[in-house]
Design a protein around this ligand. Sequence first.
Ligand code: HEC
Ligand code: HEC
Length: 337
Amino acid sequence: MIAKRTFKMVCIGGAALFFASCQGKISEKPPVHPNMNMDQQPRKEAQEVNKFFDDNRSMRTPVEGTIARGLKKDDLAYYKGIDENENWIADIPIPVTKELLYRGQDRYDIYCSVCHGGTGNGKGIIMTGNYGYVPAPTYHQDRLREAPDGELYSAIYNGVRTMPSYATQIKVEDRWAIVAYIRALQASQYVDEEAIKEYDVDISALRAEYEAEQQQLAELEEARKPAEAPEAPEASIAMGEQLVGQYACGTCHNTDGTPGGIGPTWKNLFGSTTQGVDADGNAITINKDEAYIRESIVSPGAKKTEGYEAGIMAPYDYLSDAEIESLVLYIKSLSDN
Ligand code: HEC
Ligand code: HEC
């Protein structure tokens, strides 16, 4: 009987304590801390003054040569895609296996295809709408076919111009897997008809299939257009200037006449004449009139000014007529010619 009563008391007492300890409001007092462990001990806060050292800092620089565990990344080829002279390495530094390629495809489809497209043609889903993204280039051009593997790796690791780095999302081995997969994409889109005869494929059937697909896409595009097109805004210099900001043309072109940019300066571009080459590489003289500027925006591959690389500027062929006209007007306005 006694035991039962004591038990009851203990239960009630315990419950009372339990509910008393949570009063439903925030306490100003430090929590009761019966077991100190190592929670409280003499230490310095970050940035706190420490008279013990001559420089009065409590934060000390690590001893020279200190490397945190797991951060010893002295294999330049593997981690950065470069050799000891900081040149891009020619070949993927790990064995390229079927597993690696499939892994690369998986990662590519997640991280890259939205912009660069499933086949690497630069027409990923966010590039097809007019969302104001800087267009991604196609991988199916000589410059990128001939680029060393390290350079492709660098695009993922460092980013390139307007493309951000993907180093935080994609780990090292996966970056190489993606490079391997880009090579596979490039090979898949660059087979000459002679070589393909070796295999058991029906080229004309493939071509018909491709054309039917293109036809279907064109019809879809047509069907998506609103029945009554909204009134197109008129072309203007102001609209041109706004588009230049929206599409980040300034990453590669300046307007103050400074040479040495990735693309030619726009200052006094209109009305000038320079040497260049046409799409087949024949030397030509280019008169930079309105038609040329328009062509340079819509199909930059058609002619190339001497001293600049082809294939860097992606075509802005999805802009409306008024938008292209506005860009031309804007570039013209930067010229005293
Ligand atoms: C948000 C869109 C976007 C995504 C996602 C993206 N890229 Fe890009 N990529 C671009 C753009 C834009 C450029 C052109 C940058 C420039 O020239 O300013 C580019 C350029 C490149 C180039 C060409 C570099 C050169 O030397 O011209 C490579 C290679 C490349 N990307 C690889 C990748 C890989 C691999 C991934 C996935 C890990 C990826 N990109 C994801 C937009 C993207
Ligand atoms: C990733 C870099 C890059 C971006 C972004 C870029 N361009 Fe270019 N552009 C170039 C390069 C490189 C050339 C010269 C080589 C060539 O003609 O393809 C060029 C050439 C041109 C030319 C011809 C200039 C000449 O002297 O021959 C015009 C006009 C032009 N770009 C307009 C634009 C406009 C408008 C935009 C933005 C909507 C733009 N570019 C965005 C790199 C770029």
